[in-house]
Design a protein around this ligand. Structure first.
Ligand code: GLU
Length: 458
């Protein structure tokens, strides 16, 4: 059998096994398919990965913990939730990855996120393994007391797993500075340790400057690197950004620094289009301080209009109908399908840079890759800035120092440049120059896989 068909068969065999051993996990299958299929050219050249069954091992989390989480709501009712921590891979360092609190959280979602995190973390060049956790808890509409009690209940179990050189959680959707604070307080109470067991901490108690901004800033730095390959830059470009959490907010802020104009942002209720450009301070006030719906923005700013999701079929995301030069999907997984991709392209969009995890589905990615005049920055490369600064927070905690904003921001820029460079070089090495999906998957995988081989069958 040729090396090519052998490599293809190996990938298909592992993907079939994943389907059998992890039934009813379509989102994890999607993530595994996206990564594994682009590794075929690597396996054609390097039979050692098959010999050491690296793929068979890497698709299985090292350890998965599921725990009951119960808290008392303001009416005195006991509310019961599933808590999870998927410790996927520790070949490169302590488990690292965020916690998501959202009603859609289940093992499928967390396995997809944990799996992506392995390769994303590897790309940063820093010593961090991959993990993800969370709960099917909806923070929306909860009082501060309810959030605190939920976080304490969740952290009581989580604390048995984590530690500064063991497993270091951070935020993700529904988990920001407030939640990290409540969980860290509980961790400290249980373990009597003031160590860097979480990242995204408050600045006065071990947090790092730039952590809040990092994912959004990093995604814009990555977009600039993509544009440089075409002797272009962000200046003067109109941009749409889905989402309005910290990724979207700081993507918008950094776009202005580069002379671009963000014109639309969204939340689960719909999107706003502001022809004058998104007012970042107003967005921060509404979303970070007041925790309001995005429609409030249009009530305050006359240049903006709000378009409700109810105007669109369930599988479409209205924001992608807004004509733009560049799109930054920064809300959640599978928020951009083939129809959205075609609409963006037909309206003139020539750059898509993913701030969320796996926002484009497989058909949309294939469409983007088929367009030679469109630049595509896949999530695990483009949104790695957040976890990269988390690793810098760990480094500062370990050496009991704190770096200035400029120092951390410069390191972040260099890390994003490094990720782009190794992904671009791998795309070239494997015969499809500029295909950053291929390049980032191969570059991210190779480092973890080699470490797994070095460390024996564990
Ligand atoms: N949740 C973020 C991500 O998807 C950050 C994880 C972290 O900082 O550990 O990468």
């Amino acid at each position: 059998m040729s090396a090519k068909s052998n490599a293809k068969n190996y990938v298909n065999d592992v993907l079939n096994t994943v389907k059998i051993v992890s039934p009813r996990q379509p989102i994890f299958h999607q993530a595994a398919t996206e990564v594994l299929q682009s590794l075929v050219p690597l396996f054609e050249r390097e039979p050692k990965y098959q010999k050491h069954s690296v793929l068979d091992r890497i698709v299985l989390p090292e350890k998965t913990t599921i725990f009951r989480t119960v808290y008392i709501d303001d009416k005195g009712k006991a509310c019961v939730h599933f808590g999870y921590r998927v410790e996927f891979n520790s070949a490169l360092g302590p488990y690292k990855g965020g916690l998501r609190f959202h009603p859609t959280v289940n093992l499928d979602v967390l396995k997809f996120l944990g799996f992506e995190q392995i390769f994303k973390n590897s790309l940063t060049g820093l010593n961090i393994g991959g993990a993800k956790g969370g709960a099917n808890f909806d923070p929306k509409g909860k009082s501060d007391g309810e959030i605190m009690r939920f976080c304490q209940a969740f952290a009581s179990e989580l604390s048995k797993l984590i530690g500064d050189v063991k497993d270091v959680p951070a935020g993700d959707i529904g988990v920001g500075a407030r939640e990290i604070g409540y969980m860290y307080g509980q961790y400290k109470k249980i373990t009597s340790r003031f160590d860097g067991a979480f990242t995204g901490k408050g600045l006065s108690w071990g947090g790092s400057l730039v952590r809040t901004e990092a994912t959004g800033y990093g995604s814009v730095y990555f977009a600039e690197e993509l544009l440089k390959t075409k002797n272009d830059n962000l200046e003067g470009k109109t941009c749409t950004i889905s989402g309005s959490g910290n990724v979207a907010i700081y993507t918008a802020q950094k776009l202005y620094h580069y002379g671009a104009k963000p014109i639309a942002v969204s939340d689960s209720s719909g999107y706003i289009y502001d022809k004058e450009g998104i007012d970042v301070e107003l967005l921060k006030e509404l979303k970070e301080v007041k925790r309001e719906r995005i429609s409030e923005y249009a009530k305050i700013k006359p240049s903006a209009k709000f378009v409700s999701v109810s105007k669109y079929p369930k599988d479409r995301n209205g924001i992608w109908d807004v004509p733009c030069d560049a799109a930054f999907p920064s809300a959640t997984q599978n928020e951009l399908n083939l129809e959205d991709a075609k609409t963006l392209y037909n309206n003139g969009c020539r750059l898509v840079c993913e701030g969320a995890n796996m926002p484009s589905n497989l058909e949309a990615i294939d469409f983007f890759l088929s367009k030679k005049d469109l630049l595509f920055g896949p999530a695990k490369a483009a949104n790695a800035g957040g976890v990269a600064v988390s690793a810098l927070e760990m480094a500062q905690n370990a050496s009991m120092t704190s770096w200035s904003f400029e120092e951390v921001d410069t390191k972040l820029q260099n890390i994003m440049k490094h990720i782009f460079k190794i992904s671009y070089e791998a795309s070239k090495e494997f015969g499809d120059e500029g295909n950053i999906v291929l390049g980032s998957n191969i570059a991210g995988f190779r480092k973890v896989a080699d470490a797994m081989i070095d460390q024996g069958y564990i």
